[in-house]
Design a protein around this ligand. Structure first.
Ligand code: SAH
Length: 361
């Protein structure tokens, strides 16, 4: 970088360090005339110690602390007014310039999952999903994505209670289609995996996608994390009706891309999770189950059956418990391992497909 452009870089507005991945942070430090290892130290302060005050970063010298203070800051969106479900799930609705996204914390006994959003709303308009109904309003930037994990970890850390197990898993199953905000999502995943970041396992980081095939192909070139595919129908005719994206990337194209991804991936022991929402009399007969078995024959998979979550303005009905169990048993009897998703946080509209960024507080 020339002296001129370096100067321009430093003179520009203060930079939020939560918007930089490791490579970008290293470059930023170099532009400040610092050694690259400073990026590692700063990442540790941010992600391990939740420190936002450069003057408290005790292994940085005074000059560097001052320089950082002049050119940078560390801030994530503000998380106010959590909503508590009776099952322990907590949901935060975050407002940025009159747009909303949501983050859901789902505790288990000794671990917890954070369900993060990648976009304001969603462009894909899957018919059974409330987020699709509000349409696409924009991508979250990196600080808004990684800020969800950073903020919730910080808030729960402060509470310092056994009631809130540490976040061990992150799923991109909140608002938006993660593969349509590719660079920011990949950068956030890198920080989640990084040993100087959150040090999470690739087995516990999952992107759920409706199937943006070119982005899925690209994903396998840049990162290895666990994959969940929103299939929801065993044939193109039905999937076209439920998920308009299928008209662009049909089941064949999608499952081929999944196979290619799995060839390279070692996350989740080389298995893909197939998500299948249970819609009464739409996709839940034993004929559908039979088609699904055939379709998934050559793909290492686990199926996750998702009881459909209701939302106002939808005409779908969730399949009955008995039907879901029969469907599950049919899959099992035909060699397909499957689980039925426990829908957590329904009472606070925090379950799958219910996130619309309602400001109901
Ligand atoms: N855009 C991503 C993430 C969506 S949310 C994707 O399509 O995979 C995570 C899962 O919830 C997806 O499988 C999605 O299809 C499903 N889902 C959407 N609306 C739902 C609803 N009302 N009830 C149950 N699951 C729903």
């Amino acid at each position: 970088m020339s002296i001129h452009s370096k100067h321009a870089f430093l003179c520009s507005k203060k930079i939020n360090l939560l918007n930089l991945n490791y490579c970008q942070l290293k470059k930023f430090m170099q532009n400040l005339g610092e050694k690259p290892f400073r990026a590692i130290q700063i990442m540790q302060w941010i992600y391990r110690y939740f420190c936002t005050d450069f003057y408290k970063m005790t292994n940085l010298n005074k000059t560097l602390q001052m320089k950082l203070n002049q050119h940078a800051y560390i801030a994530s969106p503000v998380f106010l007014n959590p909503q508590y479900s009776c099952d322990g799930t907590i949901k935060w609705t975050v407002e940025i310039k009159s747009k909303f996204f949501e983050t859901v914390y789902i505790p288990e006994k000794n671990r917890a999952t954070l369900c993060v959003s990648s976009q304001f709303g969603c462009a894909l308009k899957c018919h059974f999903c409330a987020t699709g109904k509000i349409g696409f309003q924009g991508n979250l930037n990196l600080s808004e994505i990684i800020g969800q994990l950073w903020n919730v970890s910080k808030i729960l850390n402060l509470k310092n209670s056994n009631k809130f197990p540490k976040i061990t898993n992150v799923v991109f199953m909140g608002m938006g289609e993660p593969l349509l905000n590719f660079n920011n999502v990949v950068s956030a995943l890198e920080i989640m995996l990084d040993k100087n970041g959150f040090q999470l396992s690739k087995n516990h980081l999952t992107i759920s996608t409706a199937g943006i095939v070119p982005a899925l192909n690209k994903l396998s070139q840049v990162i290895d994390i666990s994959l969940a595919i929103s299939l929801h129908a065993p044939n193109n005719q039905l999937r076209n009706l439920l998920m308009p994206i299928n008209k662009k990337y049909n089941i064949d194209l999608l499952l081929n891309a999944v196979k290619q991804y799995l060839k390279k991936s070692t996350a989740n022991r080389g298995y893909v999770t197939i998500e299948y929402v249970m819609l009464n009399n739409i996709n839940d007969t034993l004929e559908h189950a039979k088609e699904l078995v055939k379709l998934l024959k050559n793909i290492p998979n686990k199926v996750n059956l998702i009881p459909w979550n209701n939302f106002i303005g939808s005409n779908y009905v969730c399949s009955s418990k008995i039907k879901i169990i029969k469907f599950s048993k049919f899959l099992k009897d035909h060699g397909i391992f499957n689980t039925i998703r426990k829908n957590r946080g329904q009472d606070i509209y925090g379950a799958c497909g219910q996130l619309i960024g309602q400001k109901n507080f």
